[in-house]
Write a protein that binds this ligand. Structure first.
Ligand code: IPD
Length: 268
């Protein structure tokens, strides 16, 4: 409806503005890093400044909505809508000058996870790739304005599957065991470094599926809607599970059952 269209336009506007800012800071940050300040500080500073910019844009346009972001305290609201934002998803790529990073902005209705919430609209903007993804609930997904619609694909052994790993060592070890076991059952694995863009890659048919254990709402809210609206199956390990912090799976509907079975076999 008109409300979803409006929220989607706003999500695109906010993500695009923030992406330009983060890209500019990265450019300037290279010079800063060369003259000593640590590279991690450069990223943190860019993350914080970009999230601050996003917060300002949201409160100017929709002062009564809540905000949940990666970098700052959450802001409560009175409208029942929450903006879920990741200023830089793919921080390590950003740090190393690899272009696969994005700003992710979603707007959800209801209480954020784990209780039921519904993502109304979202946008994922990757300025170094010149890619703007967006979606509205029930209104489809687009890449740079072109509609995304998945072609059916079947056969896990012919599937390209993306995944990601958390930062914490014990979790990475567990994730490594799962991916090692899965490798024998798929065409290949990709670890591209941004959960938001991995979900958009499923939507664009660039990979056949993506799964990850332990992503946060700001990593996946916008991308999950883009994937779902492009026709992907999006949920958890079991049939009746929705996307959650436990396990997130987004897949071409032709392989979602097979992939989830393989993940369970692999101990996920
Ligand atoms: C990370 C990226 C990465 C995923 C991690 C996330 P960040 O987000 O999306 O691909 O594997 O789980 O934490 O820290 O770059 O915003």
């Amino acid at each position: 409806g008109p409300r979803i269209k409006e929220l989607r336009e706003l999500a695109i506007h906010i993500a695009t503005g923030a992406a330009e800012m983060a890209a500019r800071m990265r450019h300037e940050g290279v010079a800063v890093a060369a003259t000593k300040s640590s590279s991690t500080d450069v990223v943190t500073e860019a993350d914080r400044a970009t999230e601050q910019h996003i917060r300002e844009l949201i409160s100017r346009a929709r002062p009564d909505d809540a905000i949940l972001g990666e970098e700052g305290d959450s802001v409560s609201g009175t409208t029942g809508l929450t903006w879920v934002v990741d200023p830089i998803d793919g921080t390590v790529n950003y740090l190393y000058g690899i272009g696969s990073w994005a700003v992710s902005v979603a707007v959800v209705e209801g209480e954020p996870e784990p209780t039921s919430w519904r993502t109304l609209a979202g946008s994922v903007v990757a300025p170094r790739l010149s890619e703007v993804y967006s979606a509205g609930a029930g209104e489809g997904a687009t890449l740079n304005g072109r509609p995304l619609r998945l072609e059916p694909h079947s056969g896990l052994s012919d599937s390209l599957v993306a995944t990601g790993f958390g930062y914490e060592s014990a979790r990475r070890t567990a994730q490594g065991r799962v991916v090692a076991q899965l490798l024998g059952s798929v065409r290949d694995i990709r670890r591209m470094g941004s959960a938001a863009l991995d979900l958009c890659a499923v939507a664009a048919g660039r990979v056949d599926a993506y799964y990850e254990l332990g992503t946060k709402p700001w990593d996946h809210a916008a991308g999950a809607l883009v994937a779902r609206e492009a026709g992907a199956w999006v949920g958890g390990l079991k049939d009746d599970e929705r996307e959650s912090e436990r396990m997130l799976v987004a897949a071409n509907p032709g392989i979602s059952k097979q992939l989830r079975a393989a993940l369970r076999d692999a101990g996920a």
